[in-house]
Design a protein around this ligand. Structure first.
Ligand SMILES: [Fe+2]
Ligand SMILES: [Fe+2]
Length: 330
């Protein structure tokens, strides 16, 4: 098993070389002087602020059926949302990004990447391990200070894991595994609302803002890197493989950005809402048009990157993007 693991490729081996050399400009030359793990202290959750999490990013708390439960219930839901964000981050790094960056660093991605990209992948692994560790430790402190546990029934993972399984199961054998790289590209090049909004939100504790800002700064470098990975990936896939993988990209985008309904439903039940009220709150907080609009706006740059590599030239891929409400280039 270990010998197999040491040689197994994420994308099936190809004899053909990449047709054109897509150059690489490393953004990690000053990594020692810039990376959070090298330059900043680990943030500790401190003190109570006006808010634990922006209600605009967790709209169920402003729904009258929830707000009517009182301030304590709203605050509890916002602490749980912050816990979910921290858990999501640790899981995303561990399950979604580190395995792909590790495969690249060890020459097991199946892509013909410049040496510099392999070397930089080690730095990304280190950054992401730091983010996962920092998020876990921060959650422990949050639990101690707030008294609110992050626990989930059956230790269920964040929703993106199950959504990724569905994508993987739907792929043909010859391209199964590519979803891991696609999801890493998607999650590393999308700036989530949390990452961009929290550092600027003065209603939150400074420690929360600093924790998220530190992460966002590292992610700026990762963004450029994974945009480059996408160029290499798409030029390595055959036209048949592209039309097998391309239509799944919107699902990968939604897997990352769509709210984790199961966790919200669990929390709404725990604050005492009836099943009917839970259903109503979720439906009215995230009507389909709102989800599509927000995902579409958040993924605008990413969709452009897929356009740039020619992914939308495939009719099935284009219609999948259009049907998912994602803004498609002309
Ligand atoms: Fe990260
Ligand atoms: Fe990252």
């Amino acid at each position: 098993m270990y010998r197999h693991k040491a040689t197994e490729l994420l994308v099936a081996a190809r004899t053909e070389r990449v047709r054109h050399d897509v150059g690489y400009n490393s953004r990690f030359g000053r990594w020692d002087a810039l990376a959070g793990v090298r330059t900043r202290p680990q943030r500790s959750f401190e003190g109570l602020a006006a808010l634990y999490f922006p209600p605009e990013l967790h709209p169920v708390v402003t729904h009258p059926l929830v707000a009517g439960r009182g301030e304590d219930a709203v605050e509890w839901l916002l602490v749980r949302r912050l816990h979910d964000y921290l858990d999501f981050t640790s899981e995303l790094e561990s399950l979604g990004v580190i395995p792909v960056a590790t495969a690249i660093s060890r020459g097991r991605s199946g892509l013909h990447l410049p040496q510099g990209m392999r070397a930089d992948a080690f730095k990304i692994v280190t950054d992401e391990a730091w983010h996962a560790q920092g998020s876990y430790d921060f959650a422990q402190q949050l639990q101690r200070v707030s008294g609110v546990s992050p626990g989930r029934s059956h230790s269920s993972p964040p929703a993106f894991a199950g959504r990724l399984d569905i994508i993987r199961d739907g792929l043909a054998d010859e391209v199964r595994g590519v979803e891991a790289i696609v999801f890493a590209v998607v999650s590393e090049t999308l700036i989530s609302g949390v990452l961009s909004a929290i550092p600027r939100d003065e209603r939150l504790s400074k420690s929360v803002r600093d924790h998220v800002r530190d992460h966002a700064e590292d992610e700026g470098r990762h963004h450029v890197y994974f945009r480059s990975v996408l160029r290499h990936l798409w030029s390595a896939l055959t036209p048949k493989e592209r039309s097998a993988v391309g239509p799944c990209v919107p699902a990968a985008i939604y897997a990352f950005l769509e709210p984790d309904y199961a966790r919200v439903i669990e929390d709404l039940r725990l604050v005492g809402l009836s099943e009917r009220d839970v259903e109503q709150v979720v439906e009215e907080s995230w009507p389909k048009e709102r989800v599509v609009r927000e995902v579409s706006e958040a993924s605008r740059s990413l969709v452009r990157y897929f356009c740039e590599v020619g992914a939308l030239g495939d009719p099935a891929t284009r219609s999948s993007f259009e049907e998912s409400g994602l803004m498609v280039c002309g």
